[in-house]
Design a protein around this ligand. Structure first.
Ligand code: SF4
Ligand code: SF4
Length: 96
């Protein structure tokens, strides 16, 4: 399942740097989670890091993105492959 941030968010900024998938960003009024990038921290941590750190407990499951653990692992693998490919493109760009 991807998670989501509700309008109870107080924009305290602490969750954004904790996300291993760069899924959290500032939205129009408060922080938002990109569902296609959120693995519920599967592949990185045992528990969702944003939920652990949020002082107002405003990060529930996104009911529009109910995913099994297996699907979350597949999402993690896909994101990792994307990151590796972007890193190699960046490396190629700075090579002489
Ligand atoms: S659960 Fe993990 S991957 Fe999803 S938004 Fe929170 S920190 Fe990022
Ligand atoms: S930690 Fe919670 S309150 Fe703070 S910005 Fe993130 S979602 Fe909002």
């Amino acid at each position: 399942m991807a998670l989501m941030i509700t309008d109870e968010c107080i924009n305290c900024d602490v969750c954004e740097p904790e996300c291993p998938n760069d899924a959290i960003s500032m939205g129009e009024d408060y922080y938002v989670i990109a569902p296609h990038q959120c693995t519920e921290c599967v592949g990185h941590f045992d528990t969702p890091q944003c939920v652990e750190i949020c002082p107002v407990a405003c990060i529930p499951v996104n009911p529009e993105y109910i995913e099994s653990k297996e699907t979350l692992w597949q999402k993690f693998e896909r994101l990792r492959a994307q990151q590796e490919s972007q890193a190699s493109v960046a490396e190629a760009g700075v090579a002489p």
